[in-house]
Every structure is written in structure tokens, then in C-alpha cells.
Design a protein around this ligand. Sequence first.
Ligand SMILES: Cc1cc2nc3c(=O)[nH]c(=O)nc-3n(C[C@H](O)[C@H](O)[C@H](O)COP(=O)(O)OP(=O)(O)OC[C@H]3O[C@@H](n4cnc5c(N)ncnc54)[C@H](O)[C@@H]3O)c2cc1C
Length: 423
Amino acid sequence: MIGEGHAGETWYEATANRGAAREPLRGDRQAEVCVIGGGLTGLTTALELARAGVSVILLEARRLAWGASGRNGGFVSNGFAQSMGAVAARVGPEAARALYGLSREGTEYVRKAGAGVIMGEGWLGCLRYSDPAAKRAAVAEMQNGYGQEMRYLEMAETRELVNSRRYFQSSYDPTAFHIHPLRYAVSLAAAAEAAGAVIAEGSPVAAIARDGAAHVVRTAEGRVRAAHVVYCVSSLGRGLHRPTGRAVLPVATYVAVTQPLRQDVIRTRSAVSDSRRAGNYFRLIDEGRLLWGGAITTRVSEPRRLAERMKRDMVSVFPGLGAPRIDYAWAGLMGYARHFMPLIGGDGTGQWWATAFGGHGLNTTAMAGLLVARAIAAKDDEYRRFAPFAPQWAGGPLGRAAVQSGYWYMQLRDRLDEARAAG
Ligand SMILES: Cc1cc2nc3c(=O)[nH]c(=O)nc-3n(C[C@H](O)[C@H](O)[C@H](O)COP(=O)(O)OP(=O)(O)OC[C@H]3O[C@@H](n4cnc5c(N)ncnc54)[C@H](O)[C@@H]3O)c2cc1C
């Protein structure tokens, strides 16, 4: 898969039991809704539609959760890829609070997946430079502005948990948790089928055409006639629906998993991230292995020496890890809109979209599935809260170059912040 941004065997595939592939779509079918894309967005949408008694067929090009949904970091927390400060600046404090509330509903939806899917609790967010006043203020803003449970930790407390000279003050979010995303996807698919949804794998959609009041969705071997079509293809199927396809920018990011480790530098079982803008995040998982994510590029091919690069990052933060062997390393593709917020909406003709969740897609894909399913099944219009974040052209290759320069600029600012802090 190199070149498509989804390269390398994942620890998730090695530890989830996905079972045999479902049959592709063959022949002519009819449903009220055709969902395109079997990532977490499509699966949640299909499940919630089926639960509401709506007939639904989901078409996935390859295997379910083959994209970002089955290969992400697994950290679930409230909020969006965009900071709440920027969201509030755009829509005002009240609308921002309502959006945050929806993102929290997404988090709580995922939490219901329960044991087997949930692997750990809590999230420690560490500064890579010392700024106690700024960290305290950020925690207070989330507590007071958004009712977010959160605790401030001094440097000494932080280093009790993550013993690195690179880390200073931190915040602890007890409402966040860590999941096995592929097991989560498998459980959503099973629940959707139990509720009556039909799921086809190996069924890339080639085209969608209008036929009277309906839409006809065509694959190589079959067709679905449906009153509603929901595009849940992220950055992997941008040619299908032009208004959202051209608004989504593919961004590659990476995860590695070490051999089982005996170490005494990471002493928490919570998820940890740091303040680098294209930052590191990690957590100890089964058998004492370290799952480490980080690095963001718009180059969708896998760097040749990905495992070594991830190891260098780990050891630069925790020299005490020695030279851990990397057992798994992989890349995945996210989709971002220019405003870093999800694109959720409909055009009034039965075409709906839910995409561009960026690096904050676990709670927000659940939220989007709920919103779109309620819109179709019950004419609920809460999804319109995302109207201020409409699809805008992401700039094609030029947009990609601009984002890449933006990342380099962010990396430079990270280095400057840290150098300043080091005196
Ligand atoms: C490495 C990595 C780490 C991440 N870490 C985190 C994290 O820790 N926390 C967090 O909240 N988020 C994280 N994310 C983001 C999160 O994984 C995504 O935002 C989310 O999974 C997007 O889900 P999706 O269903 O919209 O898209 P995808 O999972 O990309 O699914 C889209 C699906 O559409 C299918 N498709 C495309 N074209 C067609 C077609 N023509 N016909 C049929 N099907 C088609 C694809 O095959 C794919 O299965 C991470 C992402 C990556 C890549």
C-alpha cells in the first residue's frame, strides 16, 4: 500500500480478530440509505440508522476500517482537531460550548464499547518547556469555559509519571481513554448487522448518479438505489463528491509499537501527549509494549526508515528506554479541512457528508454518525451547528505544499519554545 499512505503491518491487525471478509455487492439492491466508506464514520452512521429502523447498505472499497479508523493512535477525548479557542473565536462562546457538548456525546458513545475495546483510562498532556502560568490558564479555561474535568500537575508530579527531562508541567484529563480502534470497528460492524444493516466489503464505489428522486450508487458488480447517500470516505475517496472532496487535504501520520519492555521511565498507564504542534503521543499497552505516535507530513508515502525514525523520537524523550526493538510501524492518512473542523452536512437532495475529522476522529466520527443518522431518520437538524464550518477548497497540491510548510514552521516554533525554556 506504499504510496497510498497506509503502509506497514499494524499491531491492531495482529491482535484483533476481524474474521473473513464480507461478500462484495453483487446485482441490484435497494435501501433507504447507502453509506459509502466503512471507517468509523460510515460504521456509526449505518449502525445508528439501522437502530432507528432505516434500511441501510454500507459499501466499503477494501476491508472495514482499512483506513485511518483501524490504524490510529486510539486516544479518545472530547473536542476537535481545532482548539476550542479558535472555534470560539469563529462561532462565539455559546455555539462553541454547544459544539464541545456534541464532541463529548461522541466520547461517551465510544466509551459504551466497553471492555475488550477500552485499553486504558486518562490522558496526561505535557509541556515540553516550562510555563506553569500558561498551563494553569489552559486548564482553567477548559474547566470553566467547557465544564471539562481536568487537573493541573506541577513539574515534579509530571516527572513522577513520565520521567523525562523534556517534560515540565502537565494537565490530566480523567475523561479521556485509550481504545483498540480495530476491535471497536469490528464491534460496530457486528452491532450494525445485528440491527439489520447490510455491509459489503471489496466494493469500491465508482460513480453515483441521480435517477428521479433517488440516487444510484454503482460498483464494479452491483448497484444500490437509495433515497439518501452518505459520503464517509475521508481523504481516500475524494473524487466521489466534488464539494467535500476538494475541501479535504490528505495528511499522513505514523505509529510504532515496540517489543515488550522492562523500563522505569514511563510509570503511568494513561495516555500521554506532549505540546509539540505535530507532537508525540504514547501509552504502555499489553505486555509492556510502548505504542508511540507522531510526525505529520503531507507526503503520503511511508518514509523508508519509519521504524528507526520513530525509535529516535522515543529515545530522544526517554533515553532510559535504551534501544527498543520496533515490532510494528505503520502510516495512516487523515483528512483535514482548512479550518481543521469536521465537514458535516447535506445538500437537500439526499446527499449527506461526514468527513475531515483530522487527528481527532475517534469521538467526532461517533458524533457525526449520530448527527447524520438522526438527521435522516428523524429530520433532526442539530448537524447544522457545523454550518459555520462549510467545505472550502483546500487548495489541491498548492494547499498540500502550504500545509507541509505550515508543519515545518510549527516544528521550528516547537524548537524555539523549547530552546527558550532551556535558557
Ligand atoms: C496514524 C493515525 C493516528 C491517529 N490517532 C488518532 C487518535 O489517537 N485519536 C483520534 O481521535 N484520532 C486519531 N486519528 C484520526 C482518526 O483515525 C480519523 O479521523 C478517523 O478514523 C476517520 O474516520 P473516517 O471513517 O472518516 O475515515 P477512514 O477511516 O479513512 O475511512 C474511510 C473509508 O472509506 C473507504 N472508501 C474510500 N473511497 C471509497 C469508495 N470509492 N468506495 C467505498 N469505500 C471507499 C476507505 O477504504 C476507508 O475504509 C489518527 C489517524 C491516523 C492515520
